[in-house]
Design a protein around this ligand. Structure first.
Ligand SMILES: [Fe+2]
Ligand SMILES: [Fe+2]
Length: 398
């Protein structure tokens, strides 16, 4: 006979944990004797056992006050549950193709008791969200989080003149609104992803945190010399609004991550190269590292989705054309931004310098186009198709 001695511990003080552990070790129908000196022990044990389907018996031998016999109903909760895949991706089938709604926020790998809420997740099919790269990209993202307060030497001197500083501020003003759009878009989709696809949800969340830091770093750089921010144009905001309004996850990833953030890789490299001061150079460099991950996830999951949904390619083409038509009447890139980029590359208003700056911005644009075509090729677009699509991409870059 198993004997459990509770000492003076009562069931209102956690004694049930000890008893439960002892009973869990027993086969159904086996008994355990409970010893203890708590004055209400017998009364509490009787109620506790009844609630859990164990037989209770008064005893008064070798210091025991009660004998509990394990009932058949023990573990009913567990038997009435199902495993929600597996926590570890190393286990084959850990991530299921179509997790049921009622798994809801349960941990992947938990035993999920039947019943309960039945939440709706629009993105509840693996092929629509998953990328085998997501866990690696998440780990990489978590390891690369930087603190704007310490990662950038905000005390580094600004030795350039006012013309250059105003150009930096205009570019930062433009970057900030693009970063806001890049934050809002994944933020909207996070709540639509079934939490079973944990790594994707986490990756999108950390992407949102990345953009929050970019907004902070660019704002801080823009205000570093105490001047007002630059111009935000209707055309820029209209272009970004078409991204924010896109309801489809695949199309949105394509427009924002593959084409927009992809184009920004060239822009941030350009800023890093032509930055007139160490702060600007560093914020561009840090944002660039993060953006490369955002682009990688967009390409990764779209590649997997394209394998599953061959029609997707036509939908993506249609989306680029639709966006181009919607923006045809707008001016595209803010003239002030274009000119600011020329001035940054020129370094001064000297005519020869401006000519060089102008050429550098032309080069930047062809670099952007080349990058887009390369990424489109990775998604399986034929060269002519990639060329045509790249040419239709918004003049606002993002
Ligand atoms: Fe960003
Ligand atoms: Fe981004």
């Amino acid at each position: 006979m198993t004997l459990v001695d509770l000492g003076h511990l009562g069931l209102d003080e956690g004694a049930h944990i000890i008893i439960k552990h002892a009973i869990d070790q027993l086969p159904s129908g086996a008994s355990v004797d409970i010893c203890g000196t708590h004055p209400a022990l017998r009364v509490h044990l009787r109620a506790w056992s009844r609630a859990r389907g164990h037989a209770f018996e008064d005893v008064d031998e070798h210091g025991a006050v009660a004998r509990l016999t394990r009932g058949a109903a023990t573990g009913a909760q567990l038997r009435n549950s199902e495993p929600a895949g597996h926590a570890s991706l190393a286990v084959p089938g850990a991530v299921v193709e179509h997790p049921p709604r009622h798994w809801g926020v349960a941990a992947r790998g938990a035993s999920v008791e039947q019943g309960g809420p039945d939440p709706f997740f629009a993105l509840d099919e693996k092929w629509r969200v998953w990328s085998d790269d997501a866990p690696r990209l998440y780990a990489q993202a978590a390891a690369s989080q930087w603190d704007p307060a310490t990662a950038i030497d905000w005390e580094a001197p600004l030795q350039h003149g006012e013309v250059i500083e105003i150009a930096v501020i205009q570019v930062m003003t433009y970057l900030i609104e693009n970063e806001v759009a890049a934050l809002v878009v994944p933020a909207r989709f996070i709540a639509q992803v079934h939490p079973h696809f944990r790594e994707v949800m986490q990756l999108l969340a950390i992407q949102v945190a990345d953009e929050a830091r970019h907004i902070e770093a660019f704002t801080r750089r823009a205000t570093l010399s105490g001047r007002s921010l630059g111009l935000s144009t209707v055309g820029g905001r209209q272009s970004l609004q078409t991204l924010i309004d896109e309801p489809d996850f695949a199309v949105s990833s394509f427009l924002l991550s593959v084409l927009g953030e992809g184009t920004f890789l060239s822009l941030l490299s350009f800023l890093e190269a032509y930055a007139p001061d160490r702060v600007t150079q560093r914020v561009a460099q840090l944002a660039l590292q993060d953006e490369a991950r955002h682009v990688a996830f967009g390409i990764g999951h779209l590649r997997q989705q394209l394998d599953h949904e061959p029609d997707l390619r036509a939908r993506l083409v249609a989306a680029v054309e639709r966006r181009h038509d919607a923006l045809a009447q707008t001016s595209g890139l803010n003239d002030e931004v274009f000119d600011a980029l020329v001035v940054l590359a020129a370094g001064s208003l000297d005519p020869n310098a401006i000519a060089r700056g102008w050429a550098s911005v032309q080069e930047l644009q062809s670099d952007m186009d080349l990058g887009r075509r390369r990424r489109l090729a990775r998604l399986g677009f034929a060269p002519e198709e990639a060329e045509a699509l790249s040419a239709l991409h918004t003049r606002n870059f993002m």
